[in-house]
Design a protein. Structure first.
Length: 189
C-alpha cells in the first residue's frame, strides 16, 4: 500500500480524517462544496508537511473550526457553478489562484490513473472527481474527494470523504464508470 507519509496531518480534532462539506454554514455551500473541501484538505496537508507551502493556510490547533476557516477561504477560489466544480481545469485554476493570493507559486496538473502511485510516493494528496460511481456504490457520483492511499496490486484506494476514509477498487471503478472522472495534484517536475 502506497500512502501519504504523514496521515496524522489529515486528522481534524483527532476525530475526523479530512473535512466535510456538511460543515459549511450556507446551504448552497453544503450542497456544492465538495471541490473546495477537497482543495482545502490538500492545502491543509501541504501546509503541514512542506515548509515552502506553510503559508497556504493556518492549521491552528487542527480543529474543525480551523479547517472550516480554510474551507471558507478556498470556496472563494474553487467556486462551484450550477454543475459544481465539474472539471479538473476549474479545480486546478482555483487552487493555483488561492495559492497565488497567499504568495505561493503552486502549479497543479491533471493526472492519468497510472500516475496516482507516483504522486502518493512523492507525498502529494490527489484530488479525485468521480463523475459516475460504476459498481462502487460506496462512492458518491459527481463528487470530489482526496486520494490518500493506493495498493497497486489490488487497486484498493483510500479517499478522504466527509470526514472519514472511503475504500474502493479503483480498477473496478475504472471498468464500470460510465462517465469516468478526473485526478489532479501538484505538478511534479
Amino acid at each position: 500500500m502506497i500512502t501519504l507519509a504523514h496521515p496524522e496531518c489529515l486528522l481534524i480534532d483527532g476525530r475526523w480524517t479530512g473535512g466535510s462539506q456538511e460543515w459549511y454554514k450556507k446551504f448552497w455551500h453544503r450542497q456544492s462544496g465538495c471541490g473546495p473541501t477537497t482543495a482545502a484538505l490538500m492545502a491543509w496537508y501541504l501546509a503541514q508537511t512542506r515548509p515552502e507551502y506553510a503559508a497556504l493556510c493556518d492549521v491552528g490547533t487542527r480543529s474543525r473550526a480551523d479547517f472550516v476557516c480554510v474551507m471558507d477561504g478556498m470556496f472563494g477560489y474553487v467556486t462551484p457553478g450550477l454543475r459544481g466544480v465539474n472539471t479538473a481545469a476549474k479545480f486546478i485554476s482555483g487552487v493555483e489562484n488561492y495559492a497565488q493570493a497567499r504568495g505561493i507559486a503552486l502549479t497543479l496538473a491533471e493526472l492519468e490513473l497510472e500516475q496516482i502511485p507516483s504522486a502518493l510516493q512523492n507525498d502529494l494528496p490527489v484530488a479525485f472527481l468521480n463523475l459516475h460511481s460504476g459498481s462502487q456504490s460506496q462512492l458518491d457520483s459527481w463528487h470530489w474527494m482526496t486520494v490518500v492511499a493506493f495498493d497497486p496490486d489490488s487497486s484498493l484506494t483510500h479517499c478522504c470523504d466527509q470526514g472519514k476514509i472511503v475504500k474502493f477498487s479503483l480498477r473496478q471503478w475504472h471498468k464500470t464508470s460510465k462517465l469516468g472522472g478526473h485526478f489532479a495534484t501538484i505538478h511534479q517536475k
